[in-house]
Ligand binder design. Structure first.
Ligand SMILES: [Zn+2]
Length: 159
């Protein structure tokens, strides 16, 4: 698809909402607009950046000053790297308590202990399976923060 065709597609599929230019077509789980071209998937905000602002250096990320992943307004897009992007998200409070925040139930705690004691899963795998910090898995396994008689209470995770 050439630039002219991409431009037309953006005109047709993106809507002005306040200062943002919002992609109304397909969005992925993270909210980024995506489309398929030549059997490849492209993120719309990156296409828009390249089209209006210029080439994206290798490994650079295209970040949003408006914090709206589906926005493709070129003046809201800036280049960053992984670190800048996550700093930016932390500053904006999106990841205030880290990306993962979840409470485990007693059943999950029991399952974690069982899987670990039977050697089914490693601590790292359990952490990603239950989306909690590895340290928390270790505490659960060591009975540090969950006594068996605290059956009905949720335990806070993280930290
Ligand atoms: Zn925007």
């Amino acid at each position: 698809m050439n630039q002219e065709a991409i431009r037309k597609k953006l005109d047709r599929k993106a809507k002005r909402v306040n200062a943002c230019w919002i992609w109304t077509g397909y969005r992925n789980d993270e909210g980024y607009g995506e489309m398929r071209m030549n059997k490849k998937r492209y993120k719309l905000h990156r296409l828009s950046y390249e089209l209006f602002n210029g080439a994206i250096p290798e490994k650079a990320l295209v970040c949003h000053s408006c914090d709206n992943p589906s926005c493709i307004e070129p003046t809201h897009l800036f280049l960053g790297n992984d670190k800048i992007n996550s700093d930016d998200k932390i500053k904006k409070g999106r990841f205030r308590n880290g990306p993962i925040k979840k409470r485990l139930t007693i059943d999950e705690v029991c399952a974690i202990r069982k899987d670990y004691s039977q050697g089914i899963e490693s601590q790292v795998k359990l952490a990603s399976k239950y989306q909690v910090h590895k340290r928390h898995i270790r505490r659960i396994i060591n009975n540090y923060c969950w006594k068996d008689n605290e059956a009905s209470r949720d335990i806070p995770t993280g930290g």
